[in-house]
Design a protein around this ligand. Sequence first.
Ligand SMILES: Nc1ncnc2c1ncn2[C@@H]1O[C@H](COP(=O)(O)OP(=O)(O)OP(=O)(O)O)[C@@H](O)[C@H]1O
Ligand SMILES: [Mg+2]
Length: 318
Amino acid sequence: MGQPAIEVDRLSRTFGTGSTRVDALAEVSFRVEEGTVVALLGPNGAGKTTITKILATLLLPSEGTARLFGHDVVHDTGGCRRLASVVFGGESGLYPQLSARDNLRFFGMLAGVGRREMRERVPALLAQVGLDAVADRRVESYSKGMKQRLHIAIGFLPRPRILLLDEPTVGLDPVEADRLRSAIGAARDDGVTVLLTSHYLLDVERLADRVLLLQHGAITEDLSLAEFARRAGYAAAVTVKGAGTAPQLPNPLPDGFALADEHRGNPDGWVVTLRIMDWDHRVFAHLATLFDDVDVEDVQVREVRLEEAFAQLTGDGG
Ligand SMILES: Nc1ncnc2c1ncn2[C@@H]1O[C@H](COP(=O)(O)OP(=O)(O)OP(=O)(O)O)[C@@H](O)[C@H]1O
Ligand SMILES: [Mg+2]
């Protein structure tokens, strides 16, 4: 394998001293290979934004190193800024008195985007994020989501090789959030490396190849997306609805099944939800036997929600 796009080695960051000291990051190490999308997940306050800011050369580490394609974020900020763009969720960091077009031009200039490219890409990006009609209005008059769209356009403008996205879909309407996910997917297909933080696990489900779980400033899991989903503890849930007499389920249930929920004796019928621990060739045979003598009206199969895996891994519920 070539040089990693992102290489973080025993990175620590503290804020404050004495009784107010916070260890935001404690010896965090990980690598991200070029062309992959890695989701950095963790509860509020885990240190995700701190890592993102250090990689974006906006914050200094207390100890340890971080490199983007070999460029050190402390000693070669210029090299790092040419490689990476950062998008934070939120309304700050723009020039409110300037229009969206002028904000884009300004940040593009700082990122070293040439004039000709700017003439081409600024209107294209404004159209892509749906701001072309309002591009010459002052940003102070924008809604939260419009500002977020502008942040995204600024992030994509210099054609970065690395995208650092910290809650990029915050404030976006569902259509725009989907459009952004497609744009991130297209960038990844072009070989762009993405480090993505999001509390919307749909972003992670759609985009991430790998999940890093950060808790209290330390990486506690490094999993493929499929492995992460499996940490929910089961593979799928089947909800069966019917009329008439409710099924008599055996106790214990067949291996690999668990009862999640049931409603019986309801005049409208009965509902039973079973968890399936693992898909295997016997699952359907067992289901057929369990519901053989009853009047089934509807069957729904639902995959594991990533929220359930997150809750299991962070010890928050489950
Ligand atoms: N400038 C600062 N001064 C003091 N403490 C800070 C500062 N910035 C971050 N922290 C602390 O560092 C820890 C990590 O914060 P960080 O913003 O990285 O968390 P996060 O994982 O991004 O959380 P969230 O999901 O809420 O965005 C928190 O305890 C936070 O209070
Ligand atoms: Mg954060």
